[in-house]
Design a protein around this ligand. Structure first.
Ligand SMILES: [Zn+2]
Length: 590
């Protein structure tokens, strides 16, 4: 590294961004030199590579000076320069500062907070004192210590993507300061590297009493193949990741234990510590740290005098939070889905996205009913592609949902609604349907078949359950999402409402010209695209969440009508909402 002064800059030594913003380099440095004076030094080698990297002393109001360095990104001045403290990491402030490299958070994370008119000097004038003192405008967020450790993890040679140890924020070990924990894990050796996927099953105090236990479901990788190990844990004071140079010293603070020999894979031991940290804005809690040693069993043995030994490798296993509150916390409004049972008839291009959306939003039990198989041609508007070819649609959705969202249970029912009962009397609607309607909180009809909709609505009315029916018109110029309430209008009432002109039909109703029959397909299919069909699926999900959240507000049936086309050209999606009271002519409510 060759450091030169501002006055030593040679012509032609320019950062990349000078070419889009001519004159900015000189303007920038002149502004900074006003404060930094002769302390301003420029990394000449970096500048030859087109990167402006500088170090300088910044005068503080107290009369002291602050040792800083700054790097200007290639996309400067559209984005801010990165400023870091220099010096001993142990003196860095605990907030707004990375413990590993001293990088300062001078502005909130929103890139819009930086103004293209500002210079580094202006940024420091406005924000440095605030960052160092923890005052002024800041994002209302905490800086949990695991954030820094997880960011540090890739610095280890043995680290590969996809390693984790799962914990639950709801756990509280109280005043206990040491004990043991039991973890389930799987190990994947990849050359000299290791992928460790684990979950803390149980935390015990020193006297053996159980302080916390896992309640969240295991991720798919740990459901089939896992081993368990017992590891000691202890509480420590603030323990931040060191600078890469300081790592050797920091390792001295770790106590490894719980040595496990795994047949056919590396032996491991772990140093488990818990420390108090800010979890969210001004809310403290615990965070756990899981440094892991791994290697052949012999690398853990003490080396006899005169022999050369090997020592185990080490990684930091990133700490991830997977408790019920950790996963649900991001979108509290869908919490209502957690204990609900939703039955979805039809796993086609509108039903399957509905099922997956409910699963993503935490619905704990889905019943999916369909009779079809996934073909390659479905991929253009079905949520899953080639991995599902040849599978029953119900089975494919079940596999996908249960592995991506392990807290969701899917009951896959391969059944054709409305066909004649088999000779033995089993497997017909008579035996299949009642249990589905009995336990569902709401039924989704994505069969897009008016005859089946009437049949399902009749079952819902008898069971006193709401039903949401969704379909696009054949040309997909529009569509309908109807919510039928048991004591209000039914699908037949909707036909009467159209006939009487009380509700306007969806655009394209009755047009059949857009149908075609792909080779190998037993019937005509429509030509709508998935991005238009998703409008219907998403509206059905929104309406379901609203109905389940405020059932008292939804006593009357509703028809939501979608417009995607005005008859001449495509238009942005728009929705009209009509009430659907029971029709006298239908007689369904007499
Ligand atoms: Zn009716």
């Amino acid at each position: 590294m060759t450091w030169i002064g501002y006055g030593d800059l040679k012509t032609g030594m320019l950062p990349h961004w000078e070419h889009t913003c001519v004159g900015r380099l000189d303007f920038e440095l002149r502004d900074l030199a006003f404060f930094a004076r002769d302390s301003l030094r420029i990394d000449e080698d970096q500048l030859k590579q087109g990167v402006l990297s500088i170090k300088f002393e910044w005068p503080l109001a107290s009369g002291e000076v602050c040792q800083l360095r700054a790097v200007f990104p290639d996309s400067y001045p559209f984005v801010r320069p990165q400023v870091a403290l220099r010096g001993n990491p142990e003196t860095f402030p605990h907030k707004h500062c990375s413990p590993t490299d001293g990088n300062l958070c001078l502005l909130g994370r929103d890139t819009g907070l930086w103004s293209i008119e500002w210079t580094l000097a202006k940024l420091l004038e406005k924000q440095l004192a605030n960052a160092l003192n923890g005052t002024g405008m800041e994002d209302p967020q905490g800086e949990p210590m695991e954030f820094w450790w997880n960011a540090f993890a890739p610095a280890f040679d043995g680290y590969v993507d996809g390693s984790f140890m799962l914990i639950d924020t709801a756990w509280n070990v109280g005043a206990e300061t040491e004990g043991t924990l039991r973890a389930s894990y799987s190990l994947q050796k990849m050359d000299d590297k290791i992928r460790f996927q684990g979950v803390v099953e149980e935390i015990k105090a020193k006297d053996g009493s159980v302080l916390a236990a896992r309640k969240f479901p295991l991720p798919p990788g740990l459901q089939l193949k896992k081993v368990t190990g017992i590891f000691p844990w202890r509480r420590v004071g603030r323990f931040a990741p060191p600078s890469p140079e300081g790592w050797r010293k920091a390792q001295g603070q770790l106590t490894f234990g719980g040595h496990v020999i795994n047949s056919g894979s590396p032996a491991i031991s772990m140093s488990v510590t818990v420390q108090s940290t800010e979890l969210s804005h001004r809310v403290d809690g615990d965070t756990w740290l899981f440094p892991l040693r791994y290697g052949p069993a012999k690398s853990f043995r003490a080396v006899k005098q005169g022999q050369r030994g090997t020592s185990p490798s080490m990684i930091i296993v990133p700490t991830l939070r997977a408790g019920a509150t950790d996963i649900g916390a991001r979108v509290p409004s869908v919490g209502i889905l957690k204990d609900k049972v939703i039955a979805i008839f039809g796993m086609g291009a509108i039903g399957a996205p509905v099922a997956i959306e409910f699963a993503r939003n935490g619905c704990s039990h889905l019943t999916v009913i369909d009779h079809d198989i996934v073909e390659p041609g479905n991929s253009i508007r079905w949520p899953l592609g080639a991995t599902a070819w040849g599978m029953r649609k119900t089975t494919a959705v079940k596999h996908h949902v249960e592995s991506e969202y392990p807290s969701v249970e899917v009951e896959a029912i391969h059944h054709t609604v409305g066909i004649a009962t088999a000779a033995d009397g089993n497997g017909g609607d008579h035996s299949v349907l009642p249990p589905i309607f009995g336990k569902a909180d709401i039924v989704i009809d994505a069969t897009a078949s008016s005859g089946i909709s009437r049949l399902l609505a009749d079952h819902c009315k008898s069971a006193g359950k709401p039903m949401i029916s969704l379909f696009g018109t054949l040309s997909l110029k529009g569509g309908v999402v109807a919510a039928y309430q048991p004591k209000s209008g039914c699908p037949t009432c909707r036909e009467f409402a159209y006939a009487k002109g009380l509700i306007e039909k969806a655009p394209g109703s009755g047009e059949i010209s857009a149908l075609n029959q792909p080779a190998g397909c037993a019937e005509l299919t429509f030509t709508g695209a998935s991005f238009d069909l998703h409008e219907l699926s998403l509206e059905a999900v929104r309406l379901t969440v609203d109905i389940l959240s405020q059932p008292a507000e939804f006593k009357e049936s509703l028809v939501h009508t979608l417009t995607l086309h005005d008859g001449i050209k495509r238009v942005p999606p728009s929705w009209r909402v009509d009430g659907l009271p029971p029709m006298k002519e239908c007689g369904c409510n007499q």
